[in-house]
Ligand binder design. Structure first.
Ligand code: PMV
Length: 329
């Protein structure tokens, strides 16, 4: 099964003749509290395990798309060259969609993610692009179809279709039609997320390559699906009960578990910088002194703090450069 077959199956009977129109959409950034690390199908971005995330309403992408005479990408008011990796990755995906004969796609996107944060902007970018295409052509696809399409741009993008908490079901089918995200009916009203941008250095290894090497060589990775299963069940209970401390504990342990499999990979995949470890100790020390502060991390050196809004002052005193966002605003 390839991506185009899936796209054709989802768009069967839909038209794509919206020349002269403009489609627009927004999509939030999402952070996984239970991580996706490892693919069972590299082409369709089908994951080994399910995962669970929270979307951040204040950070995301706003994208417009129209049919044009040439492929064009403008990101934050700057035109991106066609030989740039960002351009190529986006158009390799968008060009799989049917379009009127002789036309190309012109994409204009604004990202409100702090620049140089090394934070997965691709998830909100691909989700917004798929939603903008849907708007342009008036396909009126349901959220499940949008999630499946976004997943084929970037795995975690399937979770950026939704606000709040969402779960991406791994699925078992070869065509991935059962691998999509769904919103979860829970809120933790005062949940706050603090972005600590510790290093803007370009990471040495991207997530696709990192996942592949981990799955191929890490012995610890064999136990990763079991950990995710247990963490997912416990996280669901924590969300249902509105238990922030439990959420924080599971999220931090899950992120550290993922990094343990990365470190156990050969050659080792170590995303941490000295300042990352310094911050982890600072968080643990604050917690030992009674501050309910936890963290999660992705495939990079930056840290995402998890805390409740009433501790904003304490967190800002500890980390003056933190960018704070509230999960349910
Ligand atoms: O969707 P990708 O290929 O950018 O992979 C994301 C991987 C992690 O951010 C490390 C985990 C996750 O679930 O988002």
């Amino acid at each position: 099964m390839n991506k185009r077959d899936v796209i054709d199956a989802i768009l069967a009977g839909k038209s794509h003749d919206a020349v002269g129109k403009i489609g627009s959409a927004t999509a939030p950034v999402n952070f996984a509290l239970i991580k996706y690390w490892g693919k069972r199908d590299v082409v369709l971005n089908l994951p080994v395990t399910s995962s669970l995330s929270i979307s951040l309403p204040q950070f995301g992408a706003y994208t417009t798309i129209s049919y044009a005479e040439r492929s064009k990408l403008v990101l934050n008011d700057k035109e991106i060259a066609s030989n740039d990796a960002v351009f190529q990755r986006l158009f390799d995906f968008l060009n799989l969609f049917p379009r009127p004969k002789g036309t190309f796609l012109s994409v204009n996107s604004h990202s409100s993610i702090p620049v140089g944060a090394g934070l997965a902007s691709s998830a909100s970018g691909f989700a917004a692009a798929v939603k903008a295409l849907d708007d342009l052509n008036d396909w009126q696809l349901d959220d499940r179809s949008l999630s499946i399409l976004a997943r084929m741009g970037s795995g975690s993008a399937c979770r950026s279709i939704f606000s709040g908490f969402s779960e991406w079901h791994a699925g078992i089918r070869d065509d991935g039609m059962d691998s999509y995200a769904e919103p979860l009916p829970y809120t933790i009203p005062d949940l706050s997320i603090g972005l600590l941008i510790l290093s803007a250095k370009k990471k040495k290894i991207g997530s696709t390559e990192g996942m592949k090497q981990t799955a191929e060589t890490s012995f610890l990775y064999k136990s990763w699906p079991q950990k995710v299963d247990a963490d997912l069940k416990n996280m669901q209970s924590a969300l249902k009960a509105g238990d922030f401390d439990c959420l924080g504990r599971i999220a931090e342990s899950n992120a550290l578990g993922m990094h343990a499999t990365m470190i156990d990979t050969w050659p080792p995949v170590i995303y941490w910088q000295p300042v990352t470890v310094e911050c982890i100790h600072k968080i643990h020390e604050a917690r030992a002194h009674g501050l309910p502060l936890y963290f999660t991390m992705d495939a990079g050196p930056n840290i995402k703090l998890l805390f409740l809004r009433q501790y904003t002052d304490e967190v800002t005193t500890l980390f003056p450069d933190v960018h704070i966002t509230h999960a349910h605003e």
